[in-house]
Ligand binder design. Sequence first.
Ligand SMILES: NC(=O)c1ccc[n+]([C@@H]2O[C@H](COP(=O)([O-])OP(=O)(O)OC[C@H]3O[C@@H](n4cnc5c(N)ncnc54)[C@H](OP(=O)(O)O)[C@@H]3O)[C@@H](O)[C@H]2O)c1
Length: 269
Amino acid sequence: MGGEEQWDDRETVLVTGATSGIGYELCRRFAANGHNLVVVARDARRLGEIGAEFEKSFGISSMGITVDLAVPGAPQQIFDDLQRRNIPVHILVNNAGFNEYGPFADTSLQRELEMIQLHIAAITSLTKLFLPAMLQRRHGGILNVGSTGSFAPVPLNAVYCATKAYILSFTEALAGELQGSGIKVTALCPGATATEFAARANMEETRIFKGPLMDAAAVAAAGYEALQENRGVVVPGIMNQATIASIRFAPRRLVARIGRWMLEQKPAH
Ligand SMILES: NC(=O)c1ccc[n+]([C@@H]2O[C@H](COP(=O)([O-])OP(=O)(O)OC[C@H]3O[C@@H](n4cnc5c(N)ncnc54)[C@H](OP(=O)(O)O)[C@@H]3O)[C@@H](O)[C@H]2O)c1
């Protein structure tokens, strides 16, 4: 972890959920393009390794903040820490997320409330905290990671998809407000991607995760490029784009039935 004494005046990107999967690959993208990194997650050891790796590979400065974003007050803690160290955030990437899979009657309320805190409250708070300085500079970027589940109600993923719908709606509305402000705003909405996400949610045997998975680096590249182009929404991958296009014209109940089938465990034979 680099200290503020080594911090140079390159643009800094703050990435939540930087320790694995899409967040890790987004860090690589931004670092390769000359951005300093503030990496945020709960695993201090992995944060340290990532910071050191990207400092060495790309000659950037980095700083790790070990925090559980499902705890209220965590966004303010991050903001205060960076203010104290005089580290500005030019681009905010709200990527951290997880799933609690299963029928709503059986899933953990505790985990679902943490998910709502992480996917809704933390993203809203971090954006509220870091936006004013971006507006002052008339320059900045906000990349929020939604999901193809942002577009559809999916049984066995009821709370997850509802939180991801919030992210998409919030991001599109914000993009509308910030047009002409110099701040780019994008919602990155991936489909099934090969990361630690499915294993952590015990979803590896579902049809959706037994099917073709996108590569996290390709998803990150799509998000990075869409933000550069200030595209409000990006769905990476042609198959995911076709799925989203078909959802727009199908009855919601049919979408939910197909979604449920995708989320069921694939029979072993
Ligand atoms: N993989 C997919 O199929 C898929 C599809 C659509 C959308 N997405 C979305 O993509 C985003 C990234 O997921 P991923 O697939 O890359 O999953 P992942 O490999 O499991 O990575 C999740 C990241 O979020 C961090 N995180 C989780 N809970 C956190 C918390 N409470 N506080 C701080 N950090 C936390 C994890 O780090 P620590 O454990 O160290 O905290 C990790 O760095 C998520 O928003 C997810 O919903 C994924």
